[in-house]
Design a protein around this ligand. Structure first.
Ligand code: MSP
Length: 475
C-alpha cells in the first residue's frame, strides 16, 4: 500500500481578497504535495476557509447579503485563484459547513470537557477582532494592536476557558525531541522560549451575539466556540473526525501543517494542547514560513504595495508566479517581492533559462536526429527529493536550475551543432545525451511547473522544437 502523506494550508479568513502572501502558502503546499506524489505517495492536501469570524459581519451588513451568500461568493473567489495557480488540493473545507465541520468541532470540544480541561470563568480582556486574539496591555504598541494598529475592544464577559497551561511541559518535550518537528530551527527556538515563559489558560468561547453564525458550545447555546479553537479543528474535521472517520484513520497525524510565522503560537502551542487533551496524536511537522514583503514593507493597501497575484498571472502566466514563489522566496525567512525583481527573474530563469535551453536542444534534435530519443523515467532522484523532505523548496528549485546552467555551459563548450558537421555519429550522440538530460530536468520541474514539465516531455517524445518559445522575454 502506498505511503500516506497529509499536508494542510492554514484556512483563510474570508474578509479580504487573497494576495500574494496567501498565494505563497498554497503554492508551496502544492509544490510539496506534488513532490510527494511523484515519489509514489498517496497525498491528501487540505485547504479551506475560516468562516466563523466576527470580522465579516460588517462587510456582510454593508453589502446587504446573508452570511451564507457572502461566504459562498468568497469561496468561489478562493477556488478561482487556486485553479488559476493549478493547486492540486483534495478538499476545500468551510468551517460554516454544518455537515462536514461542525460535528468534528463539537466532538473535540466534548473531549476537552471529558478531560476536565474546560472551565467557566469571568474574564476581562482586550480583544482584537482583526487577529481574533486577546491581548494584554504590555502586548500593545501605543495602546494599539501591534498587527492591525487598531485599539482593541475591552471585553468583560463570562466564558469557557481551556487549561492550556497544563500542557506546557509536554508540548515542550515533544518539540525539543522533534516528535513535533518545527522547521526552521529559529521558529523552534522562538516557540521554546515562549514555552519557557509558560502558557496561560485561554478563553475558548465567546457569547453568541459576537459571532451569531459561530458553532454553539455543546450544552450551552449562549456561547460559541472561540474561532481559533474552531478553526484548528478543521485539520481533523475535514477528515471526518466526529462523524465518519475513515479518512481520519488513514491520514492522521498530518505529515505537515504549513503556516506563516504570524500564526506559529496557535499551531505549536494551542493546537498540540488541544490534541493532547483529546488523546490524539500530534502532527509530525510544522513548516513555518516567513512573510512576503513588497519593496521591504509589509504589503498594505495604504502603502499601495500590494501585489495582486491575478495581475502577474495575467502578464506572465501562472507558472512564472509559481517559479518565483518557489525559488526567489526562502521558505524560512521573509522574502521580498517587487514587480521589477519578478521581471528580472522571469527573463533570466525562464525566458533566457529553461525556455531558451529547450529551444536550443530541441532545435538540434529535430534537425539532426531521425527518431525521438528513447527516454526513461528516472526513478532515482533521491538527492533532489530529499530537499523537499526538509522543505528546502528554493534549494530544490536551484538544484533544477543548476542543471539548466550546466547544460547551457556544456553546449557552449562542446558546440554539438559544429561537431555534427564533422562527425555525425559523435554529434548525434552528444545531442541525444543532451535531450536525455533535458528530460530529467523536465521530470524534476514537475512539482514547481507541472505544465512546462509536461510540455518539454511531449516535445522530446515527438522530437520537436517548440513552435513558439516556452517563455517570451519581457522588456
Ligand atoms: N484563519 C487564520 C488561520 C487559521 S488556520 C487553522 C489566518 N488566516 S489569514 O487569512 O489571515 O492568513 C492565512 C495565512 O496566510 C497565514 O499562514 C499567514 O501567515 C499567511 N499570510 C498572510 N499574509 C502573508 C504574507 N504577506 N506573506 C506570507 N504569508 C502571509 O491566519
Amino acid at each position: 500500500m502506498a505511503e500516506k502523506f497529509y499536508i494542510t494550508t492554514p484556512i483563510f479568513y474570508p474578509n479580504a481578497k487573497l494576495h500574494m502572501g496567501h498565494a505563497y502558502t498554497v503554492t508551496i503546499c502544492d509544490i510539496v504535495a506534488r513532490a510527494q506524489r511523484l515519489q509514489g505517495k498517496e497525498v491528501y492536501f487540505l485547504t479551506g476557509a475560516d468562516e466563523n469570524t466576527g470580522k465579516i459581519l460588517k462587510v456582510v451588513e454593508e453589502q446587504g447579503q446573508s452570511v451564507e451568500e457572502y461566504l459562498n461568493q468568497v469561496t468561489e473567489n478562493f477556488k478561482d485563484l487556486y485553479s488559476k495557480l493549478n493547486i492540486s488540493y483534495s478538499q476545500f473545507i468551510k468551517t460554516s459547513d454544518r455537515e462536514k465541520h461542525w460535528p468534528g468541532a463539537q466532538a473535540l470540544w466534548k473531549k476537552l470537557v471529558e478531560a476536565g480541561d474546560i472551565y467557566k470563568a469571568s474574564y476581562t480582556g482586550l480583544y482584537c477582532v482583526g487577529c481574533e486574539t486577546f491581548y494584554t496591555e504590555k502586548d500593545l504598541v501605543d495602546g494599539k494592536c501591534p498587527v492591525h494598529l487598531t485599539v482593541p475592544e475591552k471585553i468583560e464577559e463570562e466564558n469557557y476557558f481551556f487549561k492550556l497551561s497544563k500542557y506546557t511541559q509536554t508540548i515542550k518535550d515533544r518539540i525539543t525531541s522533534d516528535e513535533l518537528r518545527i522547521f526552521p530551527q529559529t521558529r523552534k527556538n522562538e516557540i521554546l522560549a515562549l514555552l519557557d515563559r509558560g502558557l496561560e489558560d485561554i478563553s475558548f468561547s465567546r457569547p453568541i451575539k459576537s459571532v451569531p453564525h459561530g458553532i454553539p458550545v455543546p450544552g450551552d447555546e449562549s456561547q460559541v466556540i472561540y474561532v481559533w479553537c474552531d478553526a484548528l479543528v478543521n485539520y481533523i474535521s475535514a477528515l471526518g473526525y466526529g462523524r465518519d472517520d475513515v479518512l481520519f484513520q488513514n491520514f492522521w497525524p498530518a505529515n505537515v501543517h504549513v503556516v506563516g510565522k504570524d500564526i506559529l503560537r496557535f499551531h505549536a502551542a494551542i493546537w498540540p494542547a488541544m490534541l493532547l487533551s483529546a488523546g490524539l496524536p500530534l502532527p509530525k511537522n510544522l513548516l513555518v514560513h516567513g512573510l512576503i514583503t513588497s519593496g521591504g514593507h509589509k504589503m498594505s493597501k495604504s502603502l499601495g504595495n500590494v501585489i495582486d497575484p491575478y495581475e502577474l498571472i495575467e502578464e506572465y502566466g501562472y507558472e512564472a508566479v509559481r517559479h518565483y514563489l518557489a525559488r526567489e522566496v526562502s521558505p524560512f525567512d521573509d522574502g521580498d517581492m517587487t514587480k521589477e525583481r519578478f521581471k528580472e527573474s522571469y527573463n533570466a530563469n525562464l525566458a533566457n533559462g529553461i525556455g531558451n535551453l529547450t529551444s536550443r536542444i530541441m532545435k538540434m534534435a529535430q534537425d539532426n536526429l531521425e527518431m525521438p530519443v528513447q527516454v526513461t523515467e528516472e526513478k532515482d532522484m533521491s538527492k533532489y527529493f530529499a530537499l523537499y523532505d526538509v522543505y528546502e523548496i528554493s534549494k530544490a528549485g536551484d538544484y533544477v536550475w543548476n542543471e539548466v546552467k550546466a547544460l547551457d555551459q556544456y553546449i557552449q563548450e562542446n558546440q554539438p551543432f559544429k561537431l555534427i558537421k564533422t562527425d555525425k555519429e559523435a554529434g548525434q550522440k552528444m545531442i541525444s545525451d543532451l535531450v536525455a538530460r533535458l528530460y530529467a530536468v523536465a521530470q524534476m520541474l514537475n512539482p514547481i511547473m507541472p505544465e512546462t514539465s509536461e510540455k518539454i516531455k511531449t516535445l522530446i517524445k515527438e522530437n520537436k522544437t517548440p513552435e513558439v518559445p516556452l517563455f517570451v522575454r519581457k522588456d
